[in-house]
Ligand binder design. Structure first.
Ligand code: NAD
Length: 366
């Protein structure tokens, strides 16, 4: 009997991404799986796209009544409730690091929770992550808002952001905004410094900057070698935009501070996009703000700036949502080889390790 994979419809508000796409669902069917997809009013993929790929549709929310041996696949948290979860679930649950409410949520999983954040390859690296499109979207928003600042010198705030139907629409929009900004400020192209440029998020940021047409001299690509001298860095206050994409692993000297901003009398910096966004970490290398921003209100101003124009920070922790189609396609494609091993999950290392982790976390509850 084929292993049944049941894609549940996302219920988290504004979540348009999907763990399976018509392309990856079809690939799983071709690999011998029985895939069913719930009708979803909020997915970026129309029901018809799955239907056209030959995938049977099932009612929204029907996973609850599915036979107990069906594997339930989703992306984000389930809505709060208290009924027992009897299936094996594959999703991000945000409960393994003792996040708020983790006890009650984790206790509901009676079978197995394979948490997508902890599915690792043999080198301990995530098998699937959204990083590339987080960096891509973060750089797009940064350029967009920098351009807005240039064309709205009276300080009018940037309006709420909505997801884009696809990458081409986003790029065309950002290109138009940069062109308008250049016209308003005498043809000046923004200089962008990206730290963590060799990583997943960082490479996404670099690619976006290239795709919207910034010249190589306008994109500073920094990683470990460049920050080894220790911050704060004048190269940041001398750039128009700073994008932080590092994976923070411990205490490091800050990259930029209020003092370093105030000390640079010829400061160019107007905008920081903190893709890594660890405002609650004592080691935050961008200690100039302390909240997460949202698509509704994408920036927060750095306080304590003594002279010159304000410096704004974007600290959105769900940036890939800006491009739900491409980010889902990328994530699901990375996950596909592991999903193809699901029928052998008792022995396949990636799933066996994830199950072991779940059992350890459950044991810690007792
Ligand atoms: N805001 C969002 O929506 C969003 C989405 C996905 C990931 N993230 C976060 O982005 C961060 C990066 O994720 P990733 O997948 O790109 O990680 P990654 O491991 O692929 O890349 C991190 C890069 O940072 C570099 N780096 C680490 N410390 C550095 C330092 N001190 N100086 C210079 N470079 C340094 C590494 O060499 C590496 O190239 C993570 O914290 C992740 O949680 C945010």
């Amino acid at each position: 009997m084929a292993t049944v994979i049941h894609l549940r419809a996302e219920t988290k508000p504004l979540e348009h991404r999907s763990c399976l796409t018509p392309t990856t669902a079809k690939a799983l069917v071709e690999a011998g799986y029985d895939v069913r997809v719930e009708r979803s009013p909020q997915s970026i993929f129309d029901d018809k796209e799955f239907e056209d790929a030959g995938i049977p549709l099932v009612p929204t929310g029907s996973w609850r009544d599915a036979p107990s041996d069906h594997v339930i696949v989703g992306l984000k948290e389930l809505p709060e409730d208290n009924f027992d979860l009897i299936h094996e679930h594959i999703q991000f649950a945000h409960v393994f690091k003792q996040q708020t409410g983790y006890r009650e949520t984790l206790a509901r999983y009676k079978n197995c929770l394979y948490d997508l954040e902890f599915l690792n390859d043999e080198n301990g690296r995530r098998v699937a992550a959204f990083g590339y499109y987080a960096g891509f979207a973060g750089a797009a928003l940064a350029l967009e808002i920098w351009s807005w600042q240039a064309t709205h010198p009276n300080g009018e705030g940037y309006p709420a952001v909505k997801p884009y139907p696809n990458e081409a629409a986003l790029i065309s929009h950002v290109k138009g905004s940069i062109a308008a900004a250049k016209e308003a400020n005498g043809g000046k192209e923004p200089r962008v410094v990206i730290i963590g440029a060799l990583g997943r998020c960082g490479s996404g940021s670099v690619d976006l900057c290239r795709k919207v047409g910034l010249g190589a001299e306008s994109i500073l690509e920094w990683d470990m070698a460049e920050t080894a001298k220790g911050g704060p860095f004048e190269e940041i206050t001398q750039s128009d935009i700073f994008i932080n994409c590092i994976y923070l692993m411990g205490k490091i000297p800050p990259f930029v501070t209020r003092d370093s901003i105030n000390a640079d009398k010829n400061r160019k910096l107007r905008l920081i996009c903190d893709v890594a966004c660890d405002p609650n970490s004592p080691f935050n290398p961008v200690p100039v703000y302390d909240i997460w921003t949202t698509f509704e209100k994408p920036t927060v101003d750095v306080t304590g700036i003594e002279s010159g124009p304000p410096v704004s920070v974007i600290s959105i922790d769900h940036l890939p949502t800006l491009l739900p189609r491409e980010s889902s396609e990328s994530f699901s494609g990375q996950l596909l080889p592991s999903l193809k091993a699901l029928k052998d999950r008792q022995t396949a290392r990636v799933w066996a390790d994830a199950k072991k982790l779940f059992e350890e976390k459950k044991a810690e509850l007792e």
